[in-house]
Design a protein around this ligand. Structure first.
Ligand SMILES: Nc1ncnc2c1ncn2[C@@H]1O[C@H](COP(=O)(O)OP(=O)(O)OP(=O)(O)O)[C@@H](O)[C@H]1O
Length: 273
């Protein structure tokens, strides 16, 4: 067994000093963290703090300016294609084909990942059962409600059994019941330990279901810990308090108000989980 394979068993993501500059602007600044296999990692931070840029580097689609990293045991710089093939990605925009049915969307994504026909047929049935999609399997995705679209988008993202699932604000704009069901499904998905989840969200109640929370601010990692440790450290029972304390400590007034705005925005769209 070579060294890459050994690492592969320990951590899903290991990054060291990862930095991305756009001209002189430092969007991600010397980020280092390691995420063990089989956990849900919540990656949080105000708008523009560098989450998407970090995720794009982790997915192998954006080359770091400096620093290094391994994802699923593969080197970010030398093996991005291998990484891409083992990642599932679901964004808030649900990249579905509106004029295809549930079944057809799943087939389409399966074919992109070159899953052999017979295996794909079985995998689609597995996903339809797992995500409770049977009733509307012949319905065009443009005619589905937000919660159904979200489940279908998740199905498409996991069709090839990825080892790392990236969820970029996966519940933005769906109702509280669908949000709760979504996280129950995600918990179910990781219970065998074969899949790691990296999720961004602006909903602090959702973030609390994560096993590990990383908080990024102005491109720098401010903290990385379990929710329980963060509650203890700040003598509170919710993450919202923790992050308001961080932002207050770290920022000047405008940034605090942008975090408040972020809270307001999320409050408009939802009830509590
Ligand atoms: N291609 C690019 N060229 C120049 N600047 C960029 C580019 N991509 C991102 N940025 C800048 O880098 C910073 C970090 O952006 P990023 O999208 O990573 O933040 P984010 O935390 O994901 O924000 P949001 O929550 O709004 O999605 C922002 O100031 C953004 O304008």
């Amino acid at each position: 067994m070579n060294k890459e394979e050994v690492n592969k068993d320990e951590y899903s993501i290991e990054i060291k000093g990862l930095t991305k500059k756009f001209d002189k602007y430092v969007a991600v600044d010397n980020l280092s963290f390691s995420i063990p296999k089989g956990v849900i990692f919540g990656f949080l931070g105000p708008n523009g703090s560098g989450k998407s840029t970090t995720i794009r580097m982790i997915c192998g689609v954006l080359t770091p300016t400096s620093g290094e990293g391994k994802v699923l045991g593969y080197d970010l710089k030398s093996n991005p294609e291998k990484i891409k093939s083992k990642i599932g990605y679901m964004s808030q925009k649900f990249s579905l084909y509106e004029d295809l049915t549930i079944e057809e969307n799943l087939t389409f994504y399966g074919e992109i990942y070159s899953i052999p026909k017979e295996r794909l047929k079985d995998r689609i049935e597995e996903i339809i059962v797992m995500l409770n999609l049977n009733e509307k399997r012949k319905v065009l995705s443009k005619n589905l409600s937000g919660g159904w679209k979200q489940r279908l988008a998740l199905g498409c993202a996991i069709i090839h059994k990825p080892e790392l699932l990236i969820l970029d604000e996966p519940t933005a704009g769906v109702d509280p019941v669908a949000r709760r069901e979504f996280w129950t499904t995600i918990k179910d998905l990781i219970k065998d330990g074969d899949i790691t989840v990296l999720a961004t969200t602006h909903y602090m109640d959702e973030a609390s279901v994560c096993d590990i929370i990383g908080f990024i601010f102005e491109g720098k990692l401010v903290t990385i810990d379990t929710p329980a440790n963060l509650y203890k450290k700040y003598n509170t029972d919710n993450l919202e308090d923790v992050f308001i304390i961080y932002v207050k400590e770290l920022s000047h007034k405008e940034v605090i108000s942008s975090f408040d705005q972020l809270k307001k925005d999320s409050g408009k769209k939802e009830g509590k989980l």
